[in-house]
Design a protein around this ligand. Structure first.
Ligand SMILES: [Ca+2]
Ligand SMILES: [Ca+2]
Ligand SMILES: [Ca+2]
Length: 354
């Protein structure tokens, strides 16, 4: 009896221990299951983000492809924002735009892409600016002539030390180490900075490289209020030709010289048409360079302003920023390109994503 009694007791203890072990196992398995579920949730979310990014990028590429296709159809001998490659892809006239913008600030047109179920999957928007509407730092002018224009352009962008910045830019791109009166070279400036670097002494690859030059600030590079930024006024792509159909009022005034606001206004008013807006159906772009010189007062200005000889009616390089967006813009991808419009077919000469 005693034996069977102790047996019964020990069986009870065994059952208790087994129950405890089972309970612990349940707890441990639950923790593992919860952990796995959480990991799957995170992975599903990461896959979702990845899918959104791929979709957004594909939309940006689609917008770009659409633009290139329209550009290929352009076979006439002048270029303006009133042409199909701009109006059909970049801006809807009814969306309105600001006058005097030279086309740079037009409201972008959002093109909705429909997925197979008919729900809106995302949008792409394009912003285009004509590099031929800007002043070329790489142009073939003499350093003296270039410097004169640069001083005025940098002043137009709102800088007070424009002579110093202009000299420093010319020192940055010229091949020697002799600094101009207000300039800066490696030995006397850049190599003495807390984080020193060499003066490039070679041509610029992008306009943003100017941020390395003494005196050039991020504020000066971008437009603010009524002031244009150096990005809107300068280019490294063209050889100096300037398209009168896309040049901004600010740059045209610099090229025409002091007191030329009326003359610049006459040119811009004619090309923008009755509504005063570039890139709309009523525009009257200059189709031949000869037409430009028929503007009263412009031929006379040409003799005193040699820079005006660079005016043309064609675009040779265009910058395009294509943005694809999904989920009401929560995920967006941007592609920036520069397109050469010089040969038979347009071709991309610069590509940057991010
Ligand atoms: Ca054209
Ligand atoms: Ca130099
Ligand atoms: Ca117009």
């Amino acid at each position: 009896m005693i034996v069977s009694g102790s047996r019964g007791k020990s069986a009870g203890v065994d059952r208790g221990a087994a129950l405890l072990i089972v309970l612990w196992l349940v707890v441990i398995l639950s923790v593992i299951a919860m952990h796995l579920a959480q990991m799957m949730h995170y992975e599903a979310r990461a896959a979702g983000y990845y899918r959104d990014e791929l979709q957004a990028r594909a939309l940006a590429e689609a917008g770009l492809a659409r633009f290139m296709a329209e550009l290929k159809l352009d076979t006439n001998r002048f270029d303006a924002y009133s042409e199909a490659w701009y109006r059909e892809t970049v801006t809807a006239p009814e969306q309105g735009a600001f006058a005097d913008s030279g086309g740079f600030f037009l409201e972008p047109l959002e093109v909705e892409q429909l997925d197979t179920r008919g729900a809106v999957a995302g949008t792409y928007t394009l912003r285009v600016s004509d590099e031929t509407g800007k002043f070329s730092i790489a142009g073939s002018l003499s350093a003296g002539e270039k410097g004169k224009v640069l001083v005025d352009i940098i002043s137009a962008a709102g800088a007070e030390n424009s002579q110093e910045i202009s000299d420093s830019i010319l020192d940055w791109i010229d091949g020697n180490d002799l600094h101009r009166l207000n300039g800066a070279e490696g030995e006397d400036y850049y190599l003495r900075l807390p984080s020193p670097y060499e003066c490039k002494n070679a041509a610029l690859d992008t306009v943003d490289e100017l941020l390395l030059v003494r005196g050039v600030t991020p504020e000066l590079m971008r437009e603010s209020g009524d002031l244009p930024g150096l990005r809107d006024l300068l280019t490294v792509y063209t050889r100096g030709e300037i398209n009168v159909n896309t040049v901004s009022r600010e740059l045209l005034e610099v090229l025409l010289g002091p007191g030329s606001e009326h003359l610049a206004g006459a040119v811009i008013d004619r090309r923008a048409g009755l509504d005063g807006i570039d890139g709309t159906a009523d525009d009257e772009p200059y189709e031949r360079t000869g037409d430009v010189w028929r503007t009263p007062g412009l031929s006379e200005a040409r003799t005193s302003q040699p820079m005006l000889r660079q005016l043309s009616v064609r675009s040779t390089f265009l910058s395009v920023e294509a943005t694809g967006a999904v989920r009401q813009g929560r995920t967006a991808r941007r592609i920036r390109v520069v397109i050469a419009k010089t040969g038979k077919d347009p071709r991309i000469v610069y590509w940057r994503e991010g």
